[in-house]
Design a protein around this ligand. Structure first.
Ligand SMILES: NC(=O)c1ccc[n+]([C@@H]2O[C@H](COP(=O)([O-])OP(=O)(O)OC[C@H]3O[C@@H](n4cnc5c(N)ncnc54)[C@H](O)[C@@H]3O)[C@@H](O)[C@H]2O)c1
Ligand SMILES: O=C(O)C(=O)C[C@]1(C(=O)O)C=C[C@@H](O)C=C1
Length: 306
């Protein structure tokens, strides 16, 4: 049996990401003990019922006491206040990490509350589903997916390496990235696509009133994929857009320009433009598959809806 990476890990916020971590940590025997805390009594009760952690605490302070690693698994907008609340209870030498989808904002909100002698290593697992809550998690979520570590300058390298070992133990491939670069890359690969999916499903919903239920009844695969993405947690995504404003607006600006160009090509019958464009985008998809990076979650439909 391998040695645990940390004696005690505290998970704060018990949704999809934390519950998947709890399952993966247990699968790999990566912690001596897992404690958990969720804001709502109902979530804590569910977590106890399904035996998600070794101990579910009624306060965040109790959960983090004596923890060697504390992982903030709450929506990005709640990271700062939660960190402020737990700061006085942290053990000297402990590491605080998070799983937020936006990194610059989390660093700015959390770092000022990190006590002297406590390490802070922000992280972001690039894996998820449209489901939320403590019952949505599963041990395989991080298998062969990326987890990006975003340490600020001067962070203790042992603390970073230990967190890397944990994520690798949970099945992830780990890389390091600067926070601003992370936020721009994720605006392209995750944040803008989610906004586009939300918009497309919203448009279809407006249309549904015109065409009765045909949009749902005859929805093709492409639209169904959009509806899966657009079923993602509203609080999480509100916070993502409010906290990664500049990068998302930059990418949406470029998106709008391209959309206008395609719109003009359709209006003017410029088939060559359309064909060239679609040929270029098809090559991107093929490149991803050839590079062996088509790690689309094999887990759609798992867990409970939020
Ligand atoms: N879902 C994904 O696809 C995904 C992927 C990677 C990273 N993330 C990030 O992980 C974090 C958690 O996401 P999730 O999908 O597990 O969400 P979730 O909705 O399943 O769980 C969120 C948890 O945070 C708690 N919470 C909400 N607001 C809070 C507040 N103000 N104070 C304290 N607790 C609060 C909720 O009760 C719940 O226990 C978010 O920061 C998100 O950006 C999500
Ligand atoms: O597969 C999904 O449901 C996701 O949207 C997961 C996804 C993504 O965009 O890839 C969503 C947000 C994250 O911060 C990381 C992963």
């Amino acid at each position: 049996m391998t040695q645990p990476v940390y004696d005690r890990i505290a998970l704060i916020g018990l949704g999809l990401i934390a519950s998947s971590m709890a399952h993966a940590i247990r699968r790999g025997n990566l912690a001596g003990e897992i404690t958990g805390y969720a804001r709502s009594e109902a979530t804590r009760e569910t977590a106890r019922r399904i035996n998600l952690c070794d101990r579910i605490c009624d306060t965040a302070a109790d959960a983090v006491e004596d923890a060697d690693l504390v992982v903030l698994c709450v929506p990005v907008g709640a990271m700062g206040p939660v960190m402020e609340e737990i700061a006085p209870k942290l053990k000297p030498g402990a590491t605080v990490s998070d799983v937020g989808s936006v990194k610059r904002h989390v660093i700015e909100a959390v770092q000022p509350h990190i006590p002297q002698g406590v390490h802070f290593v922000p992280a972001h697992p690039l894996a998820g589903t449209e489901h939320s809550g403590p019952e949505a998690g599963f041990a395989e979520l991080y298998d062969n997916r990326w987890c990006l570590l975003v340490p600020v300058e001067g962070t203790d390298s042992d603390a970073v390496e230990r967190l890397r070992t944990l994520w690798e133990g949970m099945g992830a491939n780990v890389d390091e990235m600067d926070a601003d670069h992370h936020d721009l890359v994720l605006a392209v690969t995750s944040h803008a696509p989610h906004l586009i999916a939300y918009t497309m499903v919203g448009v279809a919903d407006d249309l549904r009133r015109v065409t009765d239920s045909e949009v749902i009844k005859y929805s093709a695969a492409g639209f169904r994929d959009f509806t899966r993405i657009a079923a993602s947690d509203p609080t999480m995504w509100r916070d993502v857009f409010l906290t990664n404003k500049d990068a998302t607006l930059e990418i949406l600006g470029r998106f709008t320009e391209e959309l206008f160009a395609l719109q003009r090509a359709i209006r003017t019958g410029d088939g060559e433009h359309l064909h060239d464009y679609f040929t270029r985008t098809r090559a991107i998809r093929r490149g991803i598959i050839e590079a062996g990076q088509d790690t689309a979650a094999p887990n759609f439909g798992r867990g409970t809806k939020s």
